[in-house]
Design a protein around this ligand. Sequence first.
Ligand code: NAG
Ligand code: NAG
Ligand code: NAG
Ligand code: NAG
Ligand code: NAG
Length: 345
Amino acid sequence: MISIRLTYLLALYTCALTLGHVASSHLLPTRSAFQFTEPRTWVENIAVRSNGDLLVTMLLPNASLYTLRRPYSATREVALVHTFQNASGLLGITETDTDTFAILSVRFTETLAAIPGSSTLWGLSLRRDRLRTWKIASLPHVQVPNGITAIPGTSAVLAADSSGGTVTRCDTRTGTCEVVLAARAETTPGTGDGREPTGINGIHYRGGDDGHVYWSNSNLASIFRTRVDRHGYLAANASADVQVQRVGRLDASFIDDFAIDDAGRFWVTVGHNNTVAALWRNGEVEVVAGSLADFAVAGCTAAAFGRTAHDSRTLYVVTNGALRAPVNGTTEPGKIVAIDTSAYR
Ligand SMILES: *[C@@H]1O[C@H](CO)[C@@H](O)[C@H](O)[C@H]1NC(C)=O
Ligand SMILES: *[C@@H]1O[C@H](CO)[C@@H](O)[C@H](O)[C@H]1NC(C)=O
Ligand SMILES: *[C@@H]1O[C@H](CO)[C@@H](O)[C@H](O)[C@H]1NC(C)=O
Ligand SMILES: *[C@@H]1O[C@H](CO)[C@@H](O)[C@H](O)[C@H]1NC(C)=O
Ligand SMILES: *[C@@H]1O[C@H](CO)[C@@H](O)[C@H](O)[C@H]1NC(C)=O
């Protein structure tokens, strides 16, 4: 996730005392799989390769993509994959074909504000373990890019604009992009948290019998969905007739990205709470990792499940080291955390 004015992250502030009920919790085992050593490293998003290696995007301090090989093993190792040019930071990443990824970048001003129209969609291939990168498209209409999701079996991706509140569909083969969901209440920033106006943030397509695209709206602390056809077009093509449903809402002032498990539950990174929470289809919410006063998943930004037999029930979570809600006034470098969800029912 990213806010319109990243400058806020440099100012420590006290978290709003939300006087709601405290979500019930069922804490699962967590361990840090890797941590950067430099302060103010913000790990923003995560994708998992078919061989099980993780790919994580860095938002701060530069537009680098890193890999964590064999994240489930004692011999795991981290390596820089690529640093993108003409970009200040990276955001969403999604797999468009085996070992082929689409990645969003943005440029910041010197005061770390995202520059509207500075976003680029990149392609990256690791096929046969050879690195190749290319520019797919510039996104001049996007203000603050954020999450991205592939439509499996096609070359289409859907990309979220957290400030403009739109969803853009791009064909990664031709570079043609078009807005398929216009700004509306469920995608634009809410008015509740004026410090950090962020609407649509994470976005994930669920194929098969489901056929919906799901997204988080940070300020509304909610997950929404709408139906998409198998080419990645919304059922009513950006018209006012698009039917959007709220899937659930969390008791928080801000949520970030999320992962969906096989059972259709949502694993939500509740960035400003320094927690990860499971949202069930019936609306029930349970905190599964972290707390405001704990570094376990502090500043979590996104999550993804492992793809090998060793870690298919491990949820990998990336963090910005609590830059938004410092733990007792302290931050730490960004990291990758593994949460063992195998005992969760
Ligand atoms: C977030 O923090 C608030 C304030 O402490 C608390 O009431 C709420 O239950 C927390 N929610 C989650 C999902 O962590
Ligand atoms: C990007 O940031 C990382 C983490 O601070 C640092 O190790 C790396 O050298 C930086 N790369 C460039 C090209 O500046
Ligand atoms: C750099 O990105 C901007 C958009 O922010 C684009 O207009 C420009 O063409 C890019 N420059 C290069 C050399 O790719
Ligand atoms: C939406 O637009 C696309 C491209 O213009 C088209 O292929 C598709 O059939 C349209 N779908 C509907 C439901 O109108
Ligand atoms: C933060 O402060 C609280 C209350 O004093 C304490 O329980 C907690 O362990 C502290 N956290 C860390 C990471 O030191």
